[in-house]
Ligand binder design. Structure first.
Ligand code: 0A1
Ligand code: ZN
Length: 872
């Protein structure tokens, strides 16, 4: 895992893909669990791959394994035929065409702070094998195109581990001497090693069942720590709705007798789709009204659906190699977004998906780690679980569906699964199925998979009153990205409409397909110049420019498409904020722009009709989003402008915000339907404005809401207002929150985050103190993300403090983390690598800090890749 100072780790290239020399038909695994020394015995039934170049020797991946014994077809292997490979793998010389290999290794779950392979969390055993964790459990050709049938036997001490779980269906259990017991699991479906899982420990299950469309009963269970079984209802309900949705939408039925989920508090990511045994970060399972926010509830629904949907898109049909990661991830995100949209307000769901794409993926696509949805090379695959592979990948699938139509897309999915069930395939195979099912030529469209960078879409228009002809000129270009200086045009579906001066929709709405660098589209028979409504529903992941402030204001008020209405309002605000940033830099006094004020006023007028939409639209564009539109960011100026606007809008509309805050109080029990969450969102947006207003009673309101709030959404919104203030109520509330929730790690994460993202000037000091807090733990990824991640990625004003202390803090954290958990460490580097966006002075310090990290001996290859690419 670590690299010598002098030799940079190797780059893996897509073009170097070769089929595996040996295949594994079946795997018989036996795990004897002990915290410090677990014995893993693996019997692999193997044969030469007829489709591969012949190889004399067998090479297996392995990492952090102690080899105890090995035998080929029952005969112990003489040491002379065995060699250890540099990374820890094994080479066996001169193997026959077909054979059974048996190896016995020892591993230490206790010593595994990487949380990849088999590890301990709170005394219980969990595994994480994607992408390359199985090699930390046993010697194996650990690559997704080797698909095998697994039988797994687990044995452990009964008292410590009453629950023993693995993939597939249960197939026997029994007692052993010395208080130990065993359980066997058989997974009938061939799978790649990254989908292997074992969970063992003292867990309790919340249970339910689901009857599939063909009438089979599936036993559902969610395993959690004792005491948490009452917090699984929302996850279970989301699971059953996902199972039903996949049947209704794609005819896809679950394929085992049991579906198990286990929740763990120490986890590198959100969750993992292991076959029949999903492992989840507790953050995406546990929810009670008093501990989880509306955002948490939404996250649970989405992630449960995502992992469930992987059963077909990812597990039954898997990836040939890791360059194809978006084959499963882009498609599965597309599916979970579609599912969530179907559960509530599709329009509001789309806004928040787009907001997330712009916040995470657009900057990535414009930065030093920019890569195509199907990358060409990597050093550490764990660095490529990115917003580009996931979110942009989903946008590409979405565009494909728009191009070929819904019915053809469904036929394409059927064909894809029918053709490739139980295979490890490529993105090309997916595109081919869509092309064959639709008859639409997608050859140009495939550029979306190979080209990095966010296309820029520009619009010009002209109207000829004499002929009534309106001409829209659309042009596109994609900026250069590392390794890709020249870009080709990509097909961009632009869903659009035309709006008349009175705000009415005119004929001519449809989808324009921009395929060339520039194209004209004409509309005849118009009485006057219309306003174009472009990119309805955000029909393509591009940056749109060319509309005037006036047109944006008009669209924000009149368009029938909620996405364009929301986005035009946001773009309007961005334009004004950029202008104000210039004024601030020129030390001119700031004033509230009347146009912006009247947009907000109009939103407030209509707020009651659609509170969820109003809540989204009333929030000003984030500091990062505004800075992202500048040639050189100015975090201080952007922060000052945004705070000024929040305060002046709060002051101007105080009475109306106060009325919303009073009227929208929850009546009755907590509910998570779209109406209820929309009302809470709007109410808390109002509170946040009042909290900044001059002469307002925001602190008193927040303090009251903090004390009496009946759910975490309201309590946390109130605490956020207090934590941002200098009021004495701040300390009292933070202390009370800590005292009340110190036993609940997910809630305690919120306590860390709220302090890390406070706009107060002393935030960095506070964060540094929190790093020493007895409840802080560098080994827990959620806690690290809650404090270090939230500060570096969620508090631009304080992270980019001119002194460079924020940068030093992050570099120190990365260095400390790299010795504990390299995956989490590498993921923290991002904000430092964006130095080109900052001014020269900040950029120089950021580079200095990156160099300091790079100079550390024994740096992991993941962190090395992020830092060295960040410096380039
Ligand atoms: N396949 C999972 C994501 C995942 C990736 C890597 C992990 O460990 C390093 C864990 C989870 C998903 O898409 O949900
Ligand atoms: Zn996934």
């Amino acid at each position: 895992m670590t690299t010598a100072e002098t030799t940079p780790p190797p780059t893996i290239r897509r073009e170097d893909y070769r089929p595996p020399a040996f295949l594994v038909d079946s795997v018989e695994l036996h795990l004897a669990l002990h915290p410090g020394a677990t014995r893993v015995t693996a019997s692999l039934t193997m044969r030469r791959n007829p489709a591969a170049a012949p190889a004399a020797d067998l090479e297996l991946d392995g990492e952090a394994l102690t080899l105890i014994s090995s035998a080929l077809d029952g005969a112990p292997l003489e040491p002379g035929r065995l060699a250890r490979l540099p990374g820890g793998g094994l080479r066996i010389a001169g193997v026959p065409d077909a054979f059974t290999l048996r190896t016995e290794v020892e591993i230490s779950p206790e010593a595994n702070s990487e949380l990849s392979g088999l590890y301990l969390s709170g005394g219980n055993y969990f595994t994480q094998c994607e992408a390359e964790g199985f090699r930390r459990i046993t010697f194996f050709p650990d690559r997704p195109d080797v698909m095998a049938r697994y039988t797994t036997t687990i044995e452990a001490e009964r008292a410590a581990c009453p629950v023993l779980l693995s993939n597939g269906n249960p197939d026997g259990a029994g007692e052993l001497p010395d208080g130990r017991h065993w359980a066997r699991w058989v997974d009938p479906h061939p799978k790649p090693s990254y989908l292997f899982a074992v969970v063992a420990g003292d867990l309790v299950a919340a249970r339910d069942s689901f009857t599939t469309q063909s009438g089979r009963d599936v036993a559902l269970a969610i395993y959690v720590r004792r005491g948490d079984e009452d917090a699984c209802g929302h996850a279970m309900d989301s699971l059953k709705r996902s199972m039903k949705w996949d049947e209704d939408t794609y005819g896809l039925e679950y394929d085992l007798d049991v579906f198990n989920i286990a929740a763990v508090s120490d986890f590198n990511m959100g969750a993992m789709e292991n076959k029949g045994l999903n492992v989840f970060n507790t953050k995406y399972i546990l929810a009670r009204p008093e501990t989880a926010t509306d955002t948490d509830y939404e996250g649970i629904e989405t992630v449960v659906a995502h992992e469930y949907f992987h059963n077909w898109t990812g597990n039954r049909v898997t990836c040939r190699d890791w360059f194809q990661l978006s084959l499963k991830e882009g498609l599965t995100v597309f599916r979970d977004q579609h599912f969530s949209a179907d559960q509530g307000s599709a329009a509001v769901k789309r806004l928040s998906d787009v907001r997330r794409l712009r916040a995470a993926q657009f900057p990535e696509d414009a930065g030093p780690m920019a890569h195509p949805v199907r990358p060409d090379s990597y050093v550490e695959i764990n660095n490529f679980y990115t917003a580009t592979v996931y979110q942009k990948g989903a946008e590409v699938v979405r565009m494909m569906r728009a191009l070929i139509g819904e019915a053809a897309f469904r036929r394409g999915m059927d064909l894809y699964i029918q053709r490739h069930d139980n295979q490890a395939v490529t993105i090309e195979d997916f595109a081919q199925a869509m092309q064959d099912a639709s008859g639409v030529d997608l050859s140009r469209f495939r550029r979306w998979y190979g080209q990095a960078g966010t296309p820029e879409l520009r619009v010009r228009d002209a109207f000829d009153p004499a002929s009534g002809r309106y001409t829209l000129t659309l042009s596109q270009s994609t900026p250069p990205t590392p390794g890709q200086p020249e870009k080709l045009p990509v097909p961009i579906p632009v869903r659009m409409g035309l709006i008349g001066a009175d705000g009415a929709e005119l004929p001519g709405a449809g989808v324009l397909l921009l395929e060339e660098a520039e194209q004209d589209f004409t509309f005849d028979g118009l009485a006057s110049r219309p306003v174009p409504s472009l990119l309805r529903g955000f029909s393509a992941p591009v940056r749109l420019s060319g509309l005037s402030l006036e047109q944006l204001g008009f669209l924000a008020a009149h368009d029938s498409d909620p996405f364009v209405r929301w986005d035009s309002g946001q773009q309007y605000a961005v334009a004004e904020m950029l202008r104000m940033v210039q004024e601030f830099r020129a030390q001119k006094p700031l004033a509230l722009p009347e146009g912006l004020a009247s947009n907000i006023s109009a939103l407030l007028d209509g707020a009651a009709d659609d509170p969820a939409f109003a809540a989204e639209a009333l929030v000003l564009p984030s500091e990062d989003f505004v800075a992202d539109q500048m040639d050189t960011a100015d975090p201080e100026a952007v922060h000052a402008v945004r705070q000024f606007l929040r305060a002046s809008l709060g002051t101007r509309f105080m009475a109306r915000f106060a009325a919303l805050h009073d009227e929208l109080r929850d009546a009755g029990p907590y509910r998570t339907d779209g109406i209820s969450t929309g009302r809470r969102a709007l109410r808390n947006t109002a509170l946040s404005y009042i909290g900044r207003a001059e002469g307002g009673d925001g602190i008193a309101r927040a303090a009251r809401q903090f004390e009496t709030g009946g759910n975490m959404t309201d309590v946390l919104s109130a605490l956020r207002v207090l934590a941002d203030s200098d009021a004495p109520e701040r300390e009292t509330a933070l202390a009370a929150f800590h005292a009340r929730w110190r036993g609940d790690d997910l809630v305690l994460d919120k306590w860390f985050t709220i302090q890390a993202i406070s706009s107060r000037e002393d935030t960095l000091r506070v964060v540094e103190d929190l790093l020493q807090h007895r409840d802080f733990d560098l080994r827990n990824p959620n806690r690290v993300r809650a404090l270090v991640g939230a500060f570096a990625a969620g508090n631009p004003a304080r992270f980019h403090t001119a002194s460079g202390e924020g940068y030093r803090f992050l570099a120190d954290s990365v260095i400390a983390l790299d010795a504990v958990n390299t995956q989490v460490a590498a993921r923290m580097v991002g904000p430092l690598a964006q130095w080109k966006r900052q001014d020269a002075a900040r950029g120089a310090i950021m580079r200095e800090e990156l160099r300091r990290i790079l100079a550390r001996p024994g740096l992991s290859k993941g962190t090395y890749e992020k830092v060295s690419k960040g410096l380039a």
